[in-house]
Design a protein around this ligand. Structure first.
Ligand code: ADP
Ligand code: MG
Length: 503
């Protein structure tokens, strides 16, 4: 595992007019479960389908329809819990959260308020420079997603698309352990990375498959430490919740803006009211959506259509045994096995496909050299064309072949770049290309000596100058490289030039 000699970062302080304030942040992340079918029906979850084409009778709340739980969605949620090192509750239960909305035909959302399926877990959030925050997860519960109201298609009418209605969501609730906007975004990034490794949520924030409610409060220095000691929330300020953030950038902006709003209220003698707010990125402000007083009375009660959910420890153990290697473990292994820097290991383990690609290239080769080629050359080139690693025109075998040719001294680093370009654009076996195109490095010192002699003989004036100023020997090296089409071994050329000029 990773060497946990991390330091915890300091809280972000924001200077008020009268005092300094610190931030406290807790997140509720909604992650759509990767599953072909919905939580309580067999309807498809496919994104972008014709509106209202993926709707079972039970999703549309037709009279007499009963929900039947999708075992795979439970498995996915348990897998997520295990991936976050969380407690799995063998008995959980579903509750109805009652409210009216046009995109919620049942008139209630089935959720798990009192007995969630997953209990306490944790996420290690690395922040660079040896800093990390261990963010505690309070719980994960399963619930249904609502449909979508569409207001911008017609000037007089609104439309409702129920394709999303009943899709399984995991609500992952963190403790208020984050202390800066950057940490909050890094938490969501890390969570998304873990869920993607697990295959339990695709983490696509643009499509709304992952979104976060951000809880923000401010406190004076020292108060948070009291809360940590006692776990007594009264040491913290009143929080506001900013709903439905679907980008890392907005999460950070909203927290900052909301904190400043709260500071100005408190410093002017007011009180922060606990409420739900929305962030408006165009105006750069948050505004009230509903206050606690007007808050919906959800009248939660156990859903009478669904029995409590009981799962067996043996089943949980089977899922645990099938977990893939997760980001922290993979990163630690890459550092240990391939001698990578912390930074390179992070980049290469950012997603499973990149990690698998790298590992295939590095296996049996110089790990650092392989990392340089994957990160600097391949990733750089892929990015230029908006390709991702899964559609890379250069396979791990081909890139490994290039690395081998460098290691054996058959080609120089410079020629390797040309070779990479050829393989990238036209394919082929690197060793064969080097052979047929005559790209091999000339290490034959006889050939290099001949080239050096020729250039010295043709440039007597340069020779005089170089003798007076040895730095000018570089000019000869350049000429030889040019004459040999970049194939001469630069080290050998350097040595021979120095010797021949008797520098
Ligand atoms: P509710 O039941 O009103 O949803 P919870 O106790 O479930 O409240 O907390 C919701 C979220 O708010 C959690 O993510 C938690 O970490 C966060 N939270 C609680 N107190 C604070 C606070 N003082 N400042 C910031 N976030 C907080
Ligand atoms: Mg809550």
């Amino acid at each position: 595992m990773l060497d946990l000699t991390y330091e915890s970062p300091k809280a972000k302080t924001i200077a008020g007019a009268k005092a300094d304030w610190e931030l406290v942040i807790g997140l509720e992340v909604h992650a759509q479960v990767s599953s072909n079918a919905k939580l309580f029906s067999g309807a498809s979850t496919k994104f972008g389908a014709e509106p209202n084409s993926n709707v079972a009778f039970v999703d549309a709340a037709m009279p007499g329809m009963l929900p039947v739980i999708n075992e795979y969605c439970i498995e996915q949620t348990v897998r997520t819990g295990l991936g976050l090192k969380a407690e799995i509750n063998l008995r959980s239960a579903f509750d109805r959260k009652n409210y009216f909305y046009p995109d919620l035909p049942q008139g209630y959302q089935i959720s798990q308020l009192y007995h969630p399926i997953v209990g306490e877990g944790e996420v290690l959030v690395e922040l660079g420079n040896g800093m990390a925050r261990l963010v505690r997860v309070e719980r994960i519960h399963m619930e249904q997603d609502a449909g979508k109201s569409i207001h911008d298609m017609d000037p007089n009418m609104s439309f409702v698309d129920l394709n999303r209605t009943g899709v399984a969501l995991m609500e992952i609730v963190s403790r208020p352990d984050m202390r800066s906007p950057e940490e909050a975004a890094a938490f969501v990034t890390k969570l998304r990375q873990i869920l993607r490794y697990l295959g339990t949520c695709d983490g696509n924030m643009q499509n709304g498959n992952m979104r976060a409610d951000v809880n923000v409060s401010i406190c004076q220095p020292g108060q948070y430490e009291k809360y940590q000691e006692t776990q007594d929330f009264s040491h913290l300020g009143t929080r506001c919740e900013i709903k439905n953030m679907n980008s890392m950038r907005f999460i950070q902006q909203a927290i900052e803006v909301e904190a400043r709003r709260q500071i100005s209220i408190v410093e002017n003698g007011g009180k922060v009211v606990q409420e739900t707010r929305l962030y408006d990125p165009d105006k750069g402000e948050t505004r009230s959506m509903r206050s606690k007083e007007e808050a919906h009375d959800y009248r939660y009660f156990p859903d009478p259509d669904l029995l409590p959910l009981e799962i067996e420890q043996a089943w949980v153990d089977d899922i645990a045994a099938s977990l893939p290697e997760l980001p922290d473990a993979k990163k630690a292994r890459f550092i240990g096995d391939f001698g990578l820097s912390d930074y390179d290991a992070s980049v290469l383990t950012a997603d499973v496909d990149s990690a698998a690609y790298y590992e295939a290239v590095a296996q049996g080769r110089d790990g650092k050299l392989a990392a340089n080629w994957v990160i600097n050359e391949l990733f750089g080139r892929l990015k230029k064309e908006d390709h991702d690693i899964t559609t890379s025109p250069v396979s791990p075998t081909q890139l490994g072949g290039i690395v081998d040719l460098i290691t054996s001294g058959d080609i120089s680093g410079k020629i390797a770049k040309d070779l990479f370009e050829i393989v990238y654009t036209t394919g082929g076996d690197p060793a064969e290309i080097v052979e047929t195109r005559g790209m091999k490095q000339v290490t034959d010192t006889g050939a290099i000596e001949a080239a050096v002699d020729e250039i010295i003989a043709a440039n007597p004036a340069q020779v005089e100058k170089a003798k007076a100023n040895p730095k000018l020997a570089g000019w000869f090296v350049g000429q030889v490289m040019k004459a040999t089409g970049g194939k001469a071994n630069p080290k050998a050329v350097n040595q021979i030039v120095s010797r021949k000029l008797s520098l």
